[in-house]
Write a protein of this length. Structure first.
Length: 81
């Protein structure tokens, strides 16, 4: 899924811990890392009506799949299980 095209009037950009956070005037937010929807500490997409989507490296997944994948990433990164 590609990032939605937003006009300059409908877009705010934030940089937080290496992430770009795209926020529309309608309240939707997308966390982007290296051009991909990605977030390890929560949903990478928050819709303006409360809808959330979980992504790692632009791969959509359920919250449960996301939690397992993040545990595996952190185990590899920090050498723990």
């Amino acid at each position: 899924m590609a990032l939605p095209e937003l006009s300059d009037q409908d877009r705010n950009w934030y940089i937080l811990q290496g992430y770009e956070i795209h926020e529309t005037n309608h309240g939707s937010r997308m966390w982007v890392l290296n051009g991909l929807w990605h977030r390890e500490d929560g949903p990478a997409y928050y819709g303006s009506h409360g809808y959330v989507n979980w992504y790692l490296n632009h791969r959509g997944m359920t919250e449960e799949e996301h939690q397992i994948a993040v545990q595996e990433i952190r185990a590899r990164r920090y050498g723990t299980s």
